[in-house]
Design a protein around this ligand. Structure first.
Ligand code: AMP
Length: 189
C-alpha cells in the first residue's frame, strides 16, 4: 500500500499516519519529522531548512524532493509507505510523480483529512503548549495554515481528478477516524 495523507496542520495527519502504518505494516514517512530531526542534530540539511521552518514557510523543493527520493528508495519502503506532509505544492507533485515512475511504484490512494480553521488553531495551540514545538507559535501557526490553503489544498483537485482521493472528516474520535479510513481503503484495495 502506497499512500499520501494530506490535510492542514493540526488535523491529525501524524496520528492517523502512525495508525495506518501500524495496520498495514509499512513505514510512515513525515518530511516535517525528517526536517525536525536534522534541525535538532544541526546537520547541513537542518541548517539549510531552519530559516524556512522558523517562519512557517516551505523548505525549498530541491532539498525536500531529494530527501523524499532517498527515503523512498530505502529497503523498508519496498513493501509500501505512507507519506505525511509531502507533496505540499505543484512542483512537489511533479517531483513525486517522477520519483514513483523511476521506482516503478504507482500511488494507491490519497487520504485527505478535513477540519475547520478554528478547530485547527485550537488543536495546534494546545500541541505547542504540550510539545513546546518552536514552529507552533500563533504567528507561525497562522502562516503555516495560510501556506497550506494557498499551495497545498489546491493539490487535492489533482488527485481527485486522478481518481485517487479519499476525503475523510478529521474531527471526531481518533480510533473512529482511523477505522473509517481503513474500511474505505480496504473497499478499493
Ligand atoms: P510539518 O510537521 O509537516 O508541518 O512540517 C514542519 C515544517 O517542515 C514545515 O512548516 C516546513 O517548513 C517544513 N516542511 C515539511 N514538509 C515539507 C515539504 N513537503 N515541503 C517543504 N517544506 C516542508
Amino acid at each position: 500500500m502506497r499512500l499520501l495523507i494530506m490535510g492542514p496542520q493540526g488535523v491529525g495527519k501524524g496520528t492517523q499516519a502512525a495508525l495506518l502504518a501500524q495496520h498495514y505494516g509499512i513505514p510512515a514517512i513525515s518530511t516535517g519529522d525528517i526536517f525536525r530531526y536534522n534541525l535538532k542534530n544541526q546537520t547541513e540539511l537542518g541548517k539549510q531548512a531552519q530559516a524556512f521552518m522558523d517562519k512557517g514557510e516551505l523548505v525549498p523543493d530541491q532539498l525536500t524532493n531529494a530527501i523524499v527520493k532517498d527515503r523512498l528508495a530505502m529497503d523498508d519502503a519496498k513493501q509500501g509507505w505512507i507519506l505525511d506532509g509531502y507533496p505540499r505544492n505543484a512542483a512537489q507533485v511533479e517531483a513525486l510523480d517522477s520519483i514513483l515512475t523511476d521506482l516503478c511504484t504507482p500511488l494507491d490512494r490519497v487520504v485527505a483529512l478535513h477540519a475547520d480553521h478554528d478547530v485547527l488553531m485550537e488543536r495546534m495551540t494546545k500541541r505547542a503548549e504540550i510539545e513546546g514545538r518552536a514552529d507552533d507559535t500563533p504567528e507561525v501557526i497562522a502562516k503555516r495554515l495560510d501556506v497550506y490553503a494557498k499551495e497545498t489544498e489546491p493539490l487535492l483537485a489533482i488527485y481527485k481528478e486522478r481518481g485517487l482521493l479519499l476525503s475523510v472528516d478529521g474531527v471526531g474520535r481518533i480510533d473512529e477516524i482511523s477505522r473509517t479510513i481503513i474500511s474505505q481503503l480496504d473497499q478499493v484495495a
